[in-house]
Design a protein around this ligand. Structure first.
Ligand code: AKB
Length: 339
């Protein structure tokens, strides 16, 4: 009943009773050299065709596969004219905005974080509005939550009072995305990613980065000094599930969606110590020590696990990997790469 009322309310506000799901033909992925972008671009090229997925990069060089399999363009989302030029030149109808400053870097440079995550995203939204694009995807994060939020099975609708600038930009980004949806009919969608674990490109500047670094160090050096306490529990997700989630949300028929920019997506939750124990099953002499730094306070302000029933109901979200299948795969892939 409550859900129906919210759906009607949103429809009424944006007058989109007849709004249809527009086709996705040519995608621009900003931030393609980053942890998610460097795996998302090849994944999308397999689905939509190599030439139909344009990898947008800025200062960082992406892996060779990005250059080898399709178009790559330099684009700065903080330069509106530059963004417009790329969208026109490549006939883009969908923007996946992965250009962002993450939590730890954001605390070192909060103004840069605001500028890229908010002003850059606003340029993306304005570009989509003026050019009537089919879709904008702007991932949010568990960083949208704060210490007042219930930490276990964090609800979809709850207190959003983050303590980091990154979190502030994620909450504001969710609200701005929903505003553009209701006010201007721009089809903006987003999901609150947990920490993402992957083997292709290491993350940079996040608080959950330890959950990737631990694998590299376990394989290379048999030891890792972790920057959060061993009992720190956070929600995490393996990259194949993160990619599937993004495409499933992007492709969901609009009439099925009640939420838009702020879907909780859960997968697995574990402490740093439990992750180390899982790695020890494959590398028995691996040792972890912990020296918490400023990122401990950030981790302590985030949820331990998420209620993602809205995502499950509205677009069929269902993760595949757990800590043991992920660890087996990570160790196999990284061992080939590093040894
Ligand atoms: C970070 O740690 O900042 C990111 C995130 C959880 O959004 N990985």
């Amino acid at each position: 009943m409550q859900i129906l009322m919210r759906q009607d309310f949103l429809r009424g506000l944006k007058g989109e009773a007849n709004m249809t799901t527009k086709p996705i033909k040519r995608i621009l992925v900003t931030g393609s050299a980053g942890q998610i972008g460097s795996e998302l671009v090849p994944y999308l090229r397999n689905i939509y065709g190599n030439d139909n997925v344009v990898a947008g990069i800025n200062r960082t060089k992406p892996p060779a596969i990005i250059y080898e399999t399709g178009p790559v363009v330099t684009v700065n989302i903080n330069d509106r004219a530059d963004l417009d030029k790329v969208v026109d030149e490549y006939n883009i109808d969908t923007i996946i905005n992965l250009a962002a400053i993450l939590s730890a870097t954001g605390e070192k440079n909060p103004m840069l974080c605001w500028d890229v995550n908010m002003n850059g995203f606003h340029n993306v939204l304005e570009c989509a509005r003026e050019k009537d694009l089919s879709r904008v995807i702007n991932p949010s994060s568990i960083a949208a939550f704060g210490p007042e939020t219930p930490r276990d099975n964090t609800p979809q609708e709850t207190v959003l009072k983050p303590r980091t600038m990154y979190g502030v930009t994620k909450v504001a980004g969710e609200l701005l995305g929903d505003y553009y949806f209701r006010k201007f009919g721009v089809d903006v969608r987003g999901l609150r990613y947990p920490g993402i674990i992957s083997s292709e490109t290491p993350p940079g500047g996040g608080t959950t980065d330890y959950a990737v670094a631990i694998y590299y160090e376990a394989i290379k050096n048999r030891r890792y000094e972790c920057f959060v306490r061993e009992d720190t529990i956070l929600p995490m997700m393996y990259m194949p599930d993160a990619l599937k989630a993004l495409v499933d949300l992007m492709e969901a028929p609009i009439e099925n969606l009640i939420h838009h920019s702020d879907f909780n997506v859960g997968s697995m939750s574990f402490s740093a110590g439990e992750l180390a124990d899982e790695i020890k099953k494959h590398i028995p002499d691996f040792e972890i020590t912990c020296k918490p730094d400023f990122r401990q306070a950030i981790a302590d302000s985030w949820p331990k696990s998420l209620d993602d029933s809205a995502a499950r109901k509205e677009w069929g979200w269902s993760p595949t990997y757990d800590i043991s299948s992920m660890t087996k795969d990570m160790i196999e892939k990284l061992s080939k790469k590093l040894l």
